[in-house]
Design a protein around this ligand. Structure first.
Ligand code: GLY
Ligand code: MN
Length: 457
């Protein structure tokens, strides 16, 4: 944990911004996988972690701005808990570590909130992403899930703090990135034809857990990289395949790393793989070189998309004017996702609070296929931490669909594209901090170019 002053200052800033009412924070509970006591690994809610530090289940908190009170609600462990699961600091100890001296048993929160409602105080809460949060809001505030309207001022205030990473957060994020780099280096060193994808997943998990933290999201390690979030790990990697890996570590404090690499099963890429890989790298570097405060991420996305179109033109797969093709959305055939996202305590930082607030500063997002998946579009500012991850994907179902619809025939040579239908996909991903005058890559460098990757094979 950071020092208690960090948490005290974060809460002070939040109170100043929201200015009135009660801020309600729902910590996470244990969650059963297949029966109550067989639980998923516990993960505290990230906003709770940010303001209250405590990585323990069963806590809630209230900041009563109107009455200048900060209270953590929770129950002490019973002897049965301690016998089976071990002990923990008391609620008082957990709270004092972050500068909170008012603690109460869980059941008291109901009366506290009821009284506040009766006095006409506004109770602000954030969007929920777990059913138990919705049940709590229903039981405590009387709103059915459909009527639970999250507070926009609360969302915006939290986003406005968490989007700007402090120096001590950067240190933590960089720790996560270093372990993440080690995971990718391990994959580049170990991959051989004949291995199962799951062997690579096992080895990467070992790197992350051995470093003392965990995974920041379920590992993607697939020969079918054309499926953007492919979580199947049962294929044997054959000579001639590429393995697309998207994997990241999380530190003990909860900060994430997130990188991707695409590795040939053999010691070298084939000529055809290299041609497409080089297009991805050119797009990637165009994006990285454009990073600076003041540029909008939408603009960086347009730049990187144009490089992909130019590359597809060089292969004879696309034709026409690259600017016009990108403007029309034809690049989304090969790049149907975003260029990157904010990263912090969540791998897609604060995605639960809404991309429009986190990545667009409240401006509406595009609804167009491809552009709608751009999680980040806003002007970049110092302190933002984000990923750069353009990709080049050949998705057979999308090729068939658009070909049948005769979509973008002025930009796409479908006959040539047919010959790439079995190509799969390529993505490389790095993590960057926006600095005062540019950007800095976070974590140890992992091989990016084909030469760099092949030198480790
Ligand atoms: N690491 C998965 C993603 O960024 O979508
Ligand atoms: Mn990512």
């Amino acid at each position: 944990m950071f020092t208690k002053e960090t948490y005290i200052n974060r809460r002070a800033q939040l109170k100043k911004t929201v200015a009135s009412g009660i801020l309600l924070f729902l910590g996470n509970d244990e969650s059963g996988m297949n029966y109550e006591d067989n639980t998923y690994p516990f993960r505290q809610d990230s906003t709770f972690l940010y303001f209250f530090g405590s990585p323990y289940a069963g806590l809630s908190a209230v900041i009563d701005i109107d009455n200048d009170k900060e209270i953590i609600f929770g129950d002490e462990l019973t002897i049965d808990h301690i016998v089976w699961m071990g002990t923990q600091p008391t609620i008082k100890e957990k709270s004092e570590r972050v500068g909170i001296f008012n603690t109460q048993p869980s059941k008291k929160i109901v009366a506290y909130l009821k009284q506040a409602q009766e006095k006409g105080q506004k109770i602000h809460f954030l969007p929920t992403y777990r059913p138990e949060h919705q049940i709590k809001l229903m039981n405590w505030l009387g709103y059915s899930p459909a009527a639970q309207e999250a507070s926009v001022p609360f969302i915006r205030a939290v986003v406005n703090q968490r989007n700007y990473k402090s120096a001590e957060e950067i240190v933590e994020i960089e720790k996560a990135c270093d372990v993440t780099s080690d995971m990718h280096l391990k994959a580049m060193q170990m991959l051989r034809p004949g291995m199962c994808e799951s062997e690579v997943v096992g080895a990467l998990t070992d790197v992350a857990l051995s470093a003392g933290g965990g995974l920041s999201f379920p590992i993607i390690a697939t020969v079918n990289g054309q499926t953007l979030h492919n979580h199947y790990h049962g294929n044997i990697v054959k000579s001639g395949d590429m393995l697309l890996i998207d994997a990241g570590a999380e530190t003990e404090m909860g900060y994430a790393g997130d990188m991707s690499s695409t590795i040939p099963a053999d010691k070298k890429f084939t000529g055809r793989q290299k041609e497409v890989y080089d297009i991805q790298v050119a797009s990637h570097l165009a994006a990285v070189n454009a990073l600076r405060p003041g540029i909008s991420f939408k603009e960086v996305y347009e730049l990187s998309s144009k490089v992909i179109v130019e590359g597809m033109k060089s292969l004879g797969i696309m034709k026409g004017d690259a600017d016009e093709a990108v403007h029309a959305g034809a690049h989304a055939m090969f790049f149907p996702c975003g260029l990157g996202h904010m990263m912090g305590l969540d791998v897609h930082d604060m995605e639960n609070l809404g991309e429009v607030y986190v990545g667009y500063d409240g401006e509406p997002k595009s609804t167009e296929f491809g552009r709608k998946s751009l999680r980040l579009g806003r002007k970049l500012e110092p302190g933002f931490v984000l990923t750069i991850e353009p990709g080049v994907y050949f998705i057979p179902e999308l090729i068939d669909l658009w070909k049948d619809e005769k979509k973008f025939t002025e930009f796409i040579n479908y006959d040539k594209l047919e010959t790439y239908k079995d190509f799969s996909g390529i993505r490389n991903e790095e993590d960057y901090l926006i600095t005062q005058n540019g950007a800095r890559r976070l974590g140890k460098k992992i091989p990016l170019t084909t030469d760099e990757v092949e030198s480790l094979r």
